[in-house]
Design a protein around this ligand. Structure first.
Ligand code: AHR
Length: 519
């Protein structure tokens, strides 16, 4: 632990602690009373009261100031490429997801902008190429599917930012973000069950040219199970600090026992840094207090003291635009100044009071149920997803079908192999074999236990794009949904280079009614 330094700043923090308690109490009581979370004191109000104001505040789920009523994020729909801003339902409240649902009905939407609520215009948009190219046109990263991460806040449906590998947001021309060795803090709420070992699911401070500019040119929250540079106790995932050319779990370059594996469904993750001092903190965003996993001196490795922060902001990627990581982001802020633990504890209490949840968020078939997935396109309402060996297609199935045909069209819904908030479909008559995509086509394959198989076999249910049943977004290609096309089954985007990406009938073809299983 860092030795305590009895400075004037510490005394000021202690004096301010009482002030937060009052400000926080107001927010918690209001939220707790069920008044749609229009708390008078939201995270950025609490940081301001602590003398460390937000200089960037991003969320697709809720306002981060009690008085904020501007746009939270922007979506763009595939049908006509028009955009729509999504704001809180009222000042200080949760996001108006109903507006997104109606704007995106019958088509698909991407998140194009995550606005900055601080008034500094530190918004996040599609990340440009850097040290590495993204998969989209011009080397840009992909944008997130706007409906791939449905959750609830205070019981109200909202959407997070689902980052499949290849997805990334960035701002290389910011205002007020820490540079050099200046102090800063940040927190983010992630889905602690959605991660991988790719580089690097980050939120925070990075290089302004999207390149690796050397040790100490970043300071961002990392979340995932990457062990290339550093790791903590257990098998991960871990909250670490991405300081460039290194994910740090403590003072040592690689292993630090104090940083635990942590995977709460909603995870509060914190990294903060000031001259020769930094910390990692985290906890369950649905209950309880924060733990401190490291608090001490800068790493004992050359190049990280003093820091050389550049002040760009990244989400979902590494500083050099490495795009191998996966994760889900709900909200996060960056501050000017090094927040006190007391301030962060008050923010955590606010987050818990906000009431993140998942109940009813997917509307998908229940895990453990047996289903047959019926097509809803007018041509094909008697057809079901079926397999014959490894081949997957749609087949007409009725009460008079053979036992084999009924069995081939029947699946058990399992918790998603790669993301328990989503689902996987295991064949009723082939235990251990799942629907998975390969080269964008669906097959029935035995689970080989690999991370790739798990991702390929995981689909995230949402309301059917034509209003019927469910549509199932691929976990690792979330802009692609299970679609039938010429009676074959694919994962298809709404407009794309493959024949099965055709926009005609897309919304119908990707909508399935999960009926009781034929077998
Ligand atoms: O520090 C880990 C990663 O290393 C950074 O995110 C990236 O810029 C570099 O590849």
């Amino acid at each position: 632990m860092m030795t305590q330094r009895p400075t004037r700043r510490r005394l000021r923090r202690a004096a301010l602690a009482g002030a937060f308690a009052g400000a926080l109490l107001t927010g918690v009581l209001v939220a707790g009373a069920g008044t749609s979370q229009a708390a008078t004191s939201q995270p950025c109000d609490i940081y301001a009261a602590g003398g460390t104001p937000c200089v960037a505040a991003h969320s697709t789920t809720r306002a981060l100031y009690g008085t904020y009523s501007g746009p939270l994020y922007q979506v763009r729909r595939a049908s006509d490429n028009t955009t729509r801003d999504i704001a809180p339902v009222s000042a200080g409240s949760y996001a108006d997801a109903a507006t997104q649902d109606s704007f995106c009905a019958g088509t698909s939407c991407l998140i194009t902008i995550i606005y900055d609520q601080t008034g500094r215009n530190n918004r996040l948009t599609q990340a440009p190429p850097g040290g590495f190219n993204g998969p989209a046109a011009g080397g840009y990263d992909n944008l997130a599917n706007a409906t791939a991460a449905p959750v609830t806040v205070g019981g109200h449906k909202v959407y997070g930012v689902f980052v499949a590998p290849g997805t990334g947001y960035r701002n290389n021309a910011t205002n007020g973000i820490a540079r050099g060795d200046q102090p800063e803090g940040m927190y983010a709420i992630f889905d602690g069950t959605h991660y991988n070992g790719g580089c690097c699911f980050d939120y925070g401070n990075a290089e302004t040219n999207s390149r690796d500019n050397g040790n100490g040119t970043m300071e961002a929250i990392y979340f995932g199970s990457n062990k290339v540079w550093g790791y903590g106790a257990g098998n991960g995932p871990w909250i670490m600090a991405d300081l460039e050319n290194g994910l740090f779990s403590g003072v040592n370059q690689r292993y630090n026992a104090g940083d635990p594996s942590i995977s709460h469904r909603f995870l509060t993750a914190i990294v903060k840094g000031e001259p020769n001092h930094w910390a990692i903190r985290g906890g369950n965003a649905q209950s309880g207090a924060l733990g401190t996993f490291y608090d001490g001196a800068r790493p004992n490795v050359a190049g990280y003291n003093p820091m050389k922060k550049e002040g760009a902001i990244i989400l979902g990627i590494g500083g050099d635009n490495s795009v191998g990581a996966a994760g889900t982001f709900y909200e996060g802020v960056m501050t000017s100044g090094y927040p006190s633990d007391a301030t962060e504890n008050a923010v955590q209490a606010n987050i818990v009071a906000a009431g993140y949840g998942t109940s009813g968020s997917t509307g998908g078939p229940a895990v453990g149920s047996n289903v047959s997935l019926r097509a809803t396109t007018a041509c094909c309402t008697t057809r079901y997803i079926s397999h014959s060996g490894a081949t997957v297609s749609t087949q007409v199935v009725s009460a008079s079908s053979s036992a084999t045909d009924k069995s081939n069209a029947s699946f058990t819904v399992r918790a998603g192999l790669a993301n328990s908030a989503c689902v996987s479909f295991e064949a009723r008559n082939a235990a251990g074999s799942y629907l998975r995509h390969q080269n964008y086509q669906l097959f029935l394959h035995a689970n080989d236990g690999s991370a790739l198989f798990a991702s390929d076999a995981t689909f995230c249910p949402q309301t059917g794009r034509n209003g019927q049943g469910n549509s199932f977004a691929s976990a690792n290609f979330p802009d692609r949904f299970i679609r039938h096309y010429n009676n074959n089954v694919y994962i298809a985007s709404n407009g794309g280079s493959n024949a099965w990406d055709a926009t005609g009938l897309w919304a119908d073809d990707v909508s399935w009614v999960p009926a009781p299983a034929w077998a």
